[in-house]
Structure formats: C-alpha cells, structure tokens
Design a protein around this ligand. Structure first.
Ligand code: NAD
Length: 313
C-alpha cells in the first residue's frame, strides 16, 4: 500500500535558494540550489539545476492570483501563457495590457468555463496550437459563494479535477519541455483549517488537497512524470474576497465579524513565492503562503496523527 507521502526520494530539507542572475529571475534560466546535507551546520554542498518553463495554461487567469501568477512568470522570461477565464471583458483588457507589456506572441486569452470540459480542453488545444508545448497548468479559478453551493462545488472542485486530469493524463506528458511538468492546484488555508462562515468553500478547498494526495503517489508520478503541488494561500486582496458571499443570518454575521480581521496580503506575494517553489518542489508538496511568508508543510497521515482516545471494540 502506498500513501501520498510514498513518492520518490525527497530532497533534503532546509533548502535555501540563491539565484545566479537577478533576483527572482528563475523561469527559463539557471538557478542554484544550495542544500544542507545534514552533516552539520552550514551549507556543505550545492547542486546546480536548470529550470525552464516554456508555456503555461493558467485558468482563472485574468484576475487576482491567476493574473499575478501570469505576470510574475512573464517577468521571469516565460515564453507563452494561455489565460483561460469565463470573464470575457476582463479577459480582453488583460490580454491587451499583457501583450503590450510582454509582446503579442506571448499571451493568449481563451474564453472558457472550467465546469465545461470541452471548453477546458479547448484551452489546452489552443495552447499547443500556438506555443507547441505546455509545462505548467495552474488551476486557479475559484469562487467563494456559499449561497450557490452547487456553483462553488462545480468550479472549485469540478474545475480543478477536470484541469488536473486533462493536464496529467493527456497534455503534460505529451507536450512538456521540462522533464517533470507541474500541475499547481490552488487550495487555501481553509483547505487546512475550517472557517465558521464558509462551509462549502472550506469543503472544496479540503478536496483540492485530497486530489494532490491521490495523484502524487508514485504510481502516477512514474506513469506520467508530472508533479502535482498544492498551494494554500492565506487571505489575499483580490475580488474573490471583496465579493465573497456567506449564507444569510448567523453565517453572514460571523463573516462580517471575522473577515475584516484577517491581514490581507498582496497577490504578488503568492506569485513570487510560486516562482521560487517551482524551482524546488516535489510532487505532493503542500505550501502555505500567508501573512507574506511561505512555508512547506507536511500533512500527517492517519498513522502519524495524535491519538486522543482509543476504545475496545
Ligand atoms: N484571495 C484569497 O484570499 C484566496 C486565498 C486562498 C485561495 N484563494 C484561491 O485562489 C484562486 C484564485 O482566486 P482569486 O482570489 O484570485 O479570485 P479572483 O476572483 O480574483 O479570480 C478568480 C478568477 O476565476 C475566474 N472564474 C470564476 N469562475 C470561473 C469559471 N467557471 N470558469 C473559468 N474561470 C472562472 C474569475 O472570472 C476570475 O477571473 C481561487 O481558487 C481561490 O479560492 C484565494
């Protein structure tokens, strides 16, 4: 039996990064990883790795975190990004501004709904048609709408599942240029903890972590070569937060009380962290990016959980 932790040998912990050219200039250039080998304090050995990302598909990419990720990658030398999003108006505006800034050949906007698998596949096909390859898929589309629970489940869970399957089974193994292409699924700190006013959101974000646990097992990694990582941002200043809807009554009262108390980090904190994470990540990684800090965490499996009581049965 294998668990999600039962993957290929992991890199040593305590990794520090020292990027050879300019700060954060990682995609498509060389990065140096200096790893503590565990034989004492200080850095004993350094490994040189090459990290090249040519093109990515970024769904939910014309606002908030998705847009910030696209910009950060382009800033770091990405050759091409497909922004798939349901919001056509934002899509065209973002498409124009990114093309002006980074070059018309580098950006595609594809109008599509992540809950429609043929539209979703259309975005993959368009990416291959224009850029010939695809190395990273970022599943970013999401809503925080407790009133329309079905919509939240369809987008936050169904959309991530569709994107993950298409990436892992059909597109990344065939069209990658990196040895190990990466699926980045965006969960949340509420995929790890619960919040009293956003129950459906919390449930869908827990589910996103579940997808990563299953598909980072060695069977999938060996068959596809694709890594899957999950990032769990803390509260970040984006339209999702300003438009989030709790159920009326008690739920909304709690939301009014709790939400303003969170520190809201800026989207670039998440996108800059992601660029760094992509240089060192292994399949199954879970990263929390909250309060302007980024840390990798290990979620205990059931055998490592603290046992509170046992009963004779
Ligand atoms: N903002 C936060 O505090 C925060 C924290 C943790 C996790 N997240 C997660 O990050 C992801 C991005 O959220 P954000 O904060 O950038 O929100 P956002 O509202 O700024 O961006 C979400 C994007 O998804 C798109 N979208 C929504 N439904 C879609 C659909 N059916 N098909 C295609 N596109 C669709 C929207 O049009 C929008 O452009 C979400 O999964 C969210 O749950 C956000």
């Amino acid at each position: 039996m294998s668990t999600y932790k039962d993957v290929l040998p992991r890199l040593p912990r305590f990794i520090t990064t020292d990027f050879s050219s300019s700060e954060d200039n990682l995609c498509g250039c060389e990065a140096v990883l200096a790893a503590n080998d565990g034989r004492g304090p200080g850095l004993r050995k350094a490994r040189r790795i090459t990290f090249k990302v040519r093109s990515i598909l970024n769904e939910g990419g014309v606002s908030g975190l998705g847009l910030s990720i696209a910009k950060e990658f382009l800033k770091n030398g990405l050759r091409g990004v497909t922004l798939m999003d349901i919001n056509e108006e934002n899509g065209h505006d973002v498409d124009t501004s990114l093309k002006n800034e980074y070059g018309p050949e580098k950006v595609i906007f594809f109008k599509g709904n992540v809950t429609n698998s043929s539209e979703f596949e259309g975005a993959f096909k368009k990416t291959i048609e224009v850029f010939n390859n695809i190395d990273i898929v970022v599943n970013s589309a999401g809503v925080a709408d407790e009133v329309d629970a079905k919509k939240s489940i369809d987008i936050n869970l169904g959309g991530v599942l569709t994107g993950t399957y298409l990436a892992m089974d059909n597109y990344l193994p065939k069209y990658k240029t990196m040895q190990h292409p990466v699926i980045v699924n965006i969960s949340s700190i509420f995929g790890l903890d619960g919040i009293a006013c956003f129950i459906v959101y919390t449930a869908t974000k827990h589910a996103v972590l579940g997808i990563g646990k299953c598909l980072s097992t060695k069977e999938h990694f060996q068959a596809t070569g694709a890594k899957i990582i999950t990032i769990c941002p803390g509260v970040t200043e984006t339209p999702l937060v300003s438009t989030c809807k709790a159920l009326p009554g008690r739920y909304d009262d709690i939301a009014q009380e709790i939400v303003p108390k969170f520190y809201a980090q800026q989207p670039h904190v998440v996108s800059r962290a992601l660029v760094k994470i992509l240089n060192i990540c292994e399949t199954g990684d879970v990263w929390i990016i909250e309060d302007d800090k980024c840390k990798q965490v290990e979620i205990p499996d059931r055998f490592s959980m603290k046992v509170l009581k046992t009963l004779d049965v």
